[in-house]
Design a protein around this ligand. Structure first.
Ligand code: DGY
Length: 329
């Protein structure tokens, strides 16, 4: 790749990714890892005239932003699988390719879904708080009583890569898996992955039979507040709710109310509406196991995400077929 092919990377990325980027492109890095305001990012693009942008979910690339990008930009590669921070239609209108990183973070995120599930099932947050704050007085026959995963029903909402990987892990804990998905997967498809899972035609049906519900759909206008007050009413009493997908898939008020009145026995959330400025009422909610969006935070996943993004950029700028496009020009 010609060394004057310019690439702007919006956040600090793992060293191997930045090293490769430096080797292959004339790259503008962000060593201080400051958060670009939209206007500053547009200005940086105007000055630097990159052919490619490598962005993360912390930047919002809306229609207005994309409209202002200089004509030099040919591809926006997102360091994420989720693309809800990018207006794909606006990019298409400007013939800018958008790519993402499906598959790179499947295992890492499924691991965190199980951590959230176990954290909520076993009151891990409160137990750890007590231990750390001198509240562990003695072994307690009736304290910290949770539920076992063995024999419980896990309802997967969205049976894509991460949903299936979570189901596989849950199966190893002895859970029975049911799922709700836009399309029903064939038994052969599931079997090939070593999975045995029963589909539910309607979301309400899945909610009513699941001891724990784990969300794995992308955030779109259709999935906005998919888990709202009606869904909480439909959910099995004392179910657990796990969210490692996107915060805005749930209606915070409905979840908090569900926890308060005991309809939900607990939640395990790694993502939040408006994060990092999430609804602070979660901090005082009973049995809430909360993490700061660390689903993909492993060396393996974060390096792979970067390499996939660079592969897409390299292909786009050298006229080769572009892997992992979400929107082609
Ligand atoms: C993604 O890739 O969409 C994740 O949320 C980042 O961890």
């Amino acid at each position: 790749m010609s060394s004057n092919t310019r690439l702007l990377i919006t956040r600090r990325l793992p060293e191997p990714v930045e090293e490769r980027a430096k080797h292959e492109f004339d790259v503008l890095l962000n060593p201080s890892d400051h958060q670009y305001a939209s206007a500053d990012l547009v200005a940086a693009c105007e000055n630097f005239e990159p052919s490619a942008l490598l962005v993360t979910p912390t930047e919002r690339l809306d229609e207005a932003f994309i409209r202002q990008l200089p004509g030099s930009v040919k591809i926006i590669a997102s360091y994420s699988v989720g693309l809800d921070h990018i207006d794909l239609a606006a990019a298409k209108k400007r013939s800018i390719v958008v790519s993402h990183t499906p598959g790179a973070l499947t295992s890492a995120t499924a691991d965190i879904a199980i951590l959230c599930l176990l954290g909520a099932a076993r009151h891990a947050y409160r137990a750890q708080q007590d231990l750390r704050h001198g509240q562990w007085k003695r072994w307690d026959p009736t304290g910290y009583i949770g539920v076992e995963l063995d024999g419980a029903v896990l309802g997967i909402v969205g049976m894509g890569r991460i949903g299936r990987a979570t189901a596989m892990r849950a199966q190893a804990f002895g859970m029975e898996v049911r799922y709700w998905n836009r399309t029903t997967l064939s038994q052969a498809q599931l079997k090939a992955k070593g999975l045995s899972a029963t589909p539910c035609e309607r979301l309400e049906e899945l909610l009513a039979v699941s001891d724990a519900v784990s969300l794995h759909v992308p955030y779109t206008p259709e999935t906005h507040h998919l888990i709202d007050a009606d869904a909480i009413n439909a959910i099995k009493p004392e179910a657990l709710l796990i969210n490692t997908a996107r915060g805005s898939i749930v209606d915070d008020e409905a979840i908090l109310e569900g926890l308060k009145r005991g309809k939900l026995a607990g939640i395990g959330f790694d993502v939040f509406d408006g994060e990092p400025d999430f609804n602070q009422a979660y901090l005082d909610a009973p049995n809430a196991y909360l993490l700061p969006h660390i689903g993909s935070a492993t060396n393996q996943a974060r390096n792979k995400m970067g390499m996939m993004a660079l592969d897409s950029i390299e292909a786009a700028l050298s006229g080769n077929p572009i892997p992992n496009t979400a929107c082609s020009s």
